[in-house]
Design a protein around this ligand. Sequence first.
Ligand SMILES: [Zn+2]
Length: 331
Amino acid sequence: MDLQQLKQRLSLLDYLRQQHWTLRPAGNSSEFVGLCPLHPETHPSFYVNAQKNLFYCHGCGQGGDLIRFVELFQHLSFRESLAYLERPNPPSAESAAAVLEETTAFYQRQLQDRGEARLYLEQRGVSDPALIQELRIGYAHGGNLRRHLTAQGFSFALLQRAGLVSRQGFDAFYHRVVFPCCQDGRVVNLYGRSFGTAFPHRFLPGSRGGLFAWGAVRQFPTVILVEGLFDLAVLWQAGFHNTTCSFGTHLTPTQLRQLSHPPGRRVFLAYDQDENQAGQRASQALARQLRLLGAVVFLVMLPNGEDPNSYFIHGASAADFARCLEGAQPL
Ligand SMILES: [Zn+2]
């Protein structure tokens, strides 16, 4: 592997993030500053230019490229540093989480600028700015993510491995409202809902991290389980913060385990009840599984084959939904 390829594969900033370096933007968009990893200091004087892939410390006077940094930081010779960097090195959980975190923040900012995305959210019954902020809902216009992330020092290879861009460099998400899926405080996946009906649902490859927002919902002894994130959004907006989402009707082993611990948790299934009864069959099958694992399961019936999202869009209030919960049948 030649030097240029090596530097391309792992950017200096990726490497620093893997070493848990804490950074903040400095002035122009591709410069970052933080405490120097090479000498003790209390005021940040270590600068990284992500575009040039170079660092310089005003405290100790050291500077250079990624290889120079590894030489100094790991106390290796030039040749040893090259060997160290050439090891097959899967993206660490830290760098994958960092790139998804930055993408989430970027899409959140885009939502502010794009009227069409806010209009779509309103049509889906989601209008509360505090909720949009809390769920970190964003908008992927498409075509601009790669440039933004590489200017932030993320390598193209990392973006590809995260599934954010294709091999040809095209964004995974175009014209989609985006919800980040988090686990243990980290963004582990993104869900993108297109405005149209063709390929409406899309996730990045890899884990979705169990039930949505489980960190916030697990404290409740009674939870409401819905299929889709727009169902969840309207219920949170109406005050039902004990709602979680399974991204469909088939639960992963992790999701089943989450719902059934501790045993005795009351689970209200609020799945789509479509006319061909596929939804009801899915609910019955899931209820059986959950009961065996120790949960107490109820089926929420909404009027006229509504799902929670359409029910609120068609004018239901929190009190209406609370009545449906009261009338829920034990399964
Ligand atoms: Zn220094």
